[in-house]
Ligand binder design. Structure first.
Ligand SMILES: [Zn+2]
Length: 388
């Protein structure tokens, strides 16, 4: 099958993050099995979703994992000019469809090069690691990366995550943690603002505390010039509370996210915030004994990626992508999770992140070609006796 035919097939499965991915999973599994590959599944508890992994080549240490996710983001509310789940060639050098770029394009490249991988005399193995629920917080990758470590007797050395990067090697990714904070105050007539505790007023103070915390990090020189922006960010994206101008709000909540550079730890910042909240509770319980502030995870944290310039994968990814410019990103991806399992990791894949998650998402045919070429080069590298 050509890469375009495979991509068209993958795009035709409208599997969104959070939904069952059994349809697309089974198609990929069949495709691999038709080529004689043994496929292993890492299912969720209910058996409604699964990641898959497989090995092509010898059971030897030092192989390379090619990783991608099978789910996509929704199309609701977006103005598509074609059916998002039908890969459409408008004869402008681009293929349109949800997931064409993020990131079924890379999966299609992996699957299209599979016959060459099988034919090649690989001295080190290649693994496919395809996950689900990436788009709702990189939920499945930790278990998948762990499963690869425990399932095989040999140990892979590298992981390439094929997120759209215009084939630029990405060696750094910020850590991301999304949280929800709930403030419980006391209701009353607005004139009694000093006798009650407004949940809104306190939520605003907490929001300012968080913004000041970010500014202090910057002022203290916590900067990593590889990233844009070079500092950890703290941002509040949703605030709700209150019912009327003349009623003191007894409830307010806000959602916030932390995007941390590798030198900062999101848990440290959250712990400091919690300490501050406990102190505020002690103070405000004097006015209203039922006062409370509770913070909970909106999504499990996604760890940062901090691949060092002298790690072997940097040379490898530069060679096979034919691109020596290294870059970093501030979006969530599974690379840090693979790195946490001990695999040297980098992001590099076809298509641009600028096209991801929006209406009329597309991948340039030229990018698909380049994605195939990279994997092709990898196959040649791994067929060489010299590869370490
Ligand atoms: Zn993606």
């Amino acid at each position: 099958m050509t890469v375009e035919k495979i991509l068209a097939k993958l795009v035709s499965f409208p599997v969104l993050g959070g939904e069952s991915n059994i349809s697309i999973l089974n198609w990929i599994k069949d495709y691999l099995e038709t080529h004689g590959i043994t496929v292993h599944l890492v299912p969720n508890e209910e058996g409604t979703k699964a990641s898959l992994h497989c090995r092509i080549g010898p059971a030897l240490d030092g192989g390379v994992i090619l990783s991608g996710h099978m789910d996509v983001v929704p199309v609701e509310g977006q103005e598509w000019s074609t059916d998002p789940f039908v890969l459409t060639d408008k004869n402008d050098g681009k293929l349109y469809g949800r997931g064409s770029c993020d990131m079924k394009g890379f999966l299609a490249c992996c699957l299209a090069v599979l016959p060459q991988m099988i034919k090649a005399d690989l001295k080190k193995p290649i693994y496919f690691a395809f996950s689900y629920d990436e788009e709702v917080g990189c939920l499945a990758a930790p278990e998948l990366a762990q499963a690869i470590n425990t399932h095989y007797s040999e140990t892979p050395k590298y992981a390439i995550i094929g997120e759209p990067s215009m084939m630029e090697p990405i060696v750094g990714q910020k850590g991301i943690y999304i949280l929800e904070t709930y403030v419980n105050g006391s209701a009353g007539h607005s004139s009694r603002i000093k006798q009650e505790v407004s949940a809104i007023h306190e939520a605003m103070r907490l929001i300012l505390w968080l913004e000041n915390r970010m500014d202090r990090l910057i002022a203290n020189g916590r900067l990593d010039k590889r990233f844009h922006p070079p500092h950890s960010s703290i941002h509040i994206g949703l605030v709700k509370g209150g019912i009327a101008p003349n009623v003191i709000a007894d409830k307010a909540h806000f959602y916030w996210d932390l995007r941390t550079i590798p030198m900062d730890d999101y848990f440290d910042i959250v712990n400091e915030f919690e300490t501050h909240c406990r102190q505020r509770e002690r103070e405000l319980k004097r006015v209203f004994p039922g006062f409370s502030i509770k913070t909970k995870e909106n999504h499990p944290p996604v760890p940062h990626l901090d691949t060092k310039a002298d790690d072997d994968i940097v040379d490898l990814i530069k060679r096979i992508s034919e691109n020596s410019e290294l870059n970093t990103v501030s979006y969530a991806a599974e690379a840090g999770q693979f790195a946490n399992e001990g695999f040297q990791s980098a992001i590099c894949g076809p298509g641009s992140i600028a096209q991801a998650h929006r209406a009329n998402e597309f991948i340039a045919k030229e990018q698909l070609e380049k994605g195939m070429q990279m994997i092709d080069k990898l196959v040649r590298e791994l067929s060489s006796e010299k590869f370490t």
